[in-house]
Design a protein. Structure first.
Length: 102
């Protein structure tokens, strides 16, 4: 899977959809369909920064967004202040058959 779209960040202190306690400093994310535990690479298309996150929640629930990352991941991707960024997400270890035009 190689997908492009908008990422946003979120922060809360309750449990995630997977049952884990939410941690805004963890390198985790919410995705609508990927299985919990899936490791994905998220690349900020504005600056080329990439992080690895583990899917442990469901979302985002805002039209046009493909992934929600934690505060820490947004900070490392350098879009925390902006609130969102255009990104590419790739399942870690999955073969990529040509990158989509983002």
């Amino acid at each position: 899977m190689d997908t492009c779209g908008k990422a946003s960040w979120y922060e809360f202190t309750t449990k995630t959809a997977s049952g884990e306690r939410a941690n805004p400093e963890a390198m985790t994310a919410a995705h609508r369909t990927l299985p919990f535990g899936t490791q994905v690479l998220v690349t900020n298309l504005r600056n080329g920064r990439t992080v690895s996150v583990r899917i442990n929640d469901r979302g985002p629930f805002i039209r046009g967004r493909i992934i929600d990352v934690t505060r820490r991941a947004a900070r490392e991707l350098d879009f925390k202040r902006a609130g969102w960024a255009p990104v590419r997400i790739v399942i870690k270890g999955a073969p990529v058959k040509g990158a989509p035009k983002c």
